[in-house]
Design a protein. Structure first.
Lengths: 299, 250
């Protein structure tokens, strides 16, 4: 074996990572560690540097500077031993359109030294009913499940998920979350990128909020106020004309209370709105704190 | 432990073959095209053996080019655009095993088409069996390496799959017309012949013609072989140098 892995060492270690495309710095010196068995989220808007960071870790991009270690390997050289122990779900990637799910998972299993059982993986990904369907006939959600299955069949220790549920309907998202939770239960380390607050909160042990190529904050979702930010805010105009707003995890009960009281009195609820703070609101809150270093000169 | 590189290449080749047959219209077209061309020109030149002696090795040369150059250029652009290359790159499958399987798939089509053309040439068009089998194999092999690498090199220049047929046909069609696929290259105007003399297909057809029809000695065709091989070196250099596993972002 090359580069034996110290089980106490973190699964991923990133120190002062910089990635430039020409004059543009996509990633501007970030640090984080992912412990083994942890589900770690990179949370940020589009263009924040999430995918660039993940693709440096996956070995697709060469870093400009900094130290990166994935399961004890330097991903820059794309060592095969690393690729045997890592599963990758890319943002978008195709496959053999005329092959069935069963054929593809079986073929992929042959790439790895100790693959999982093909049928078990198909079940885990929720593709049992589609096992004999050709890839080109799969729905968007099913194609994403196939991405999961192909990433899992090598029985990786570490799984990268780049925006795994973008464009999904709510039911498909829930199903994907169940699969990701099942991975965590198997003791896998998961690095997930997302721009959904609720996804980060539902899945991640820890989250790094990333924007403009910098990490603004790292911590458990509750520590970062991500969970508070996923609460609903219900606002309405009171009988005396003043705006009232209340935060709640479950707006249904509050709305029922409000509307039934109004109906009983034969009046409407004026200016009623139910909102959730956007990611931007959370960033504004985070960036308002003086803990973020002020940019000085050029790097 | 995982399979050896040779076993992985073989596995990849088998998958590629299976996928080839899964797309019956493409597979059918692939084998029908040389037969269609042979029968059309066979009808046109019917009874004129000297023209038939030109067309049969000409179409064999065209078959080498279409199964490798055109097919691989289109295929590589498609796989790159679809993200298949990028996905495979993230697995432990060695690049060589993957590309080897892909190339072997193309070469299988070349061999099949050449076989069809040889049989039809002997059975229907009075060309007879090849005069020199070794020369036929050597020219086909060098031609395959040359046009396969040129096809992969061209794939780097093609920006996206929508434009792939335009790029490949812009090279393939003029090349087959001036290189003597359908008539003796000596009957072409001088300036076109000069261009054709620089390009590899004319020399591949000369070599195939010597092997299949005229029986000209190997040594007299050596310069043809060298031109095809030189294009092969050029192709391999640019195929490797420009290789990209990912669709262009723009």
């Amino acid at each position: 074996m090359i580069a034996p892995m110290d089980s106490a060492a973190p699964a991923i270690l990133v120190r002062d990572l910089v990635k430039s495309y020409g004059p543009v710095q996509a990633v501007r010196g970030i640090d984080f560690e992912v412990e083994r068995g942890e589900v770690f989220g990179l949370l940020g808007p589009n263009g924040a540097g999430k995918t660039t960071t993940v693709e440096v870790l996956e070995g697709y991009r060469a870093r400009t500077s900094g130290i990166v270690s994935v399961l004890g390997y330097d991903p820059g050289g794309r060592p095969r031993a690393m690729r045997e122990r890592v599963g990758i779900v890319l943002q978008a990637s195709g496959t053999y359109r005329h092959a069935t799910v069963q054929e593809l998972v079986t073929h992929w299993a042959g790439f790895y030294p100790a693959p999982r059982d093909v049928d078990e993986v198909i079940d885990l990904a929720g593709l049992r009913e589609s096992a004999d369907v050709r890839a080109r006939r799969l729905s968007g959600g099913q194609a994403r499940r196939l991405d999961f299955a192909l990433a899992l069949v090598g029985d990786p220790e570490l799984i990268f998920l780049d925006e795994p549920t973008t464009g999904f309907d709510p039911a498909a998202r829930r199903a994907a979350w169940e699969t990701i939770r099942a991975l965590a239960d198997l003791g896998k380390t998961v690095l997930i990128t997302t721009h959904y607050l609720d996804e980060a909160q539902a899945l991640c042990d820890r989250v790094a909020i990333i924007k403009g190529g910098r990490i603004l904050a790292i911590g458990a979702p509750s520590e970062l106020g991500v969970d508070a930010a996923t609460r609903y805010r219900v606002s309405w105009r009171d009988d005396d004309g003043s705006m009232v707003s209340r935060e709640t995890d479950d707006p249904t009960a509050l709305l029922h209370q409000l509307t039934s009281a109004a109906l009983a009195r034969g009046v409407g609820v004026k200016d009623l709105s139910v909102t959730r703070p956007s990611l931007e609101d959370v960033y504004l809150e985070l960036t308002a704190e003086p803990t973020v270093p002020v940019e000085e000169g050029t790097r | 432990m995982s399979d050896s590189a040779a076993a992985l290449t073989w596995r990849q080749y088998r998958l590629e073959r299976k996928m080839f047959w899964r797309n019956p219209s493409a597979a059918f077209f692939n084998f029908l095209l040389p037969l269609l061309f042979l029968s059309l020109f066979g009808a046109i030149f019917s009874g004129n053996q000297s023209d038939l002696d030109v067309i049969v090795p000409g179409i064999a040369g065209m078959a080498v080019m279409s199964t490798t150059f055109t097919a691989l250029a289109m295929n590589m652009v498609f796989l790159r655009e679809q993200g298949v290359l990028k996905r495979l790159r993230g697995t432990p499958l060695p690049s060589g095993a993957y590309l080897g399987g892909l190339a072997a798939n193309a070469v299988t089509n070349t061999v099949t088409q050449i076989t069809i053309i040889l049989i039809a040439g002997a059975a229907v068009f009075g060309v007879g069996m090849p005069e020199d089998w070794l020369q036929l194999v050597v020219f086909t092999a060098v031609g395959v390496v040359c046009f396969a690498s040129l096809g992969v090199a061209l794939a780097h220049v093609i920006p996206n799959f929508d434009s792939a047929p335009a790029y490949t046909n812009a090279i393939f069609l003029p090349m087959i017309f001036i290189s003597g696929v359908f008539y003796d290259a000596d009957h072409v105007p001088t300036f076109l012949r000069d261009i054709a003399e620089i390009l590899p297909l004319t020399h591949l057809i000369d070599g195939l013609s010597a092997a299949m029809v005229t029986g000209a000695s190997f040594s007299s065709e050596l310069s043809d072989l060298l031109v095809v091989a030189a294009w092969g070196v050029f192709g391999i250099f640019f195929a490797i140098r420009g290789f990209s596993w990912e669709a262009r972002r723009d």
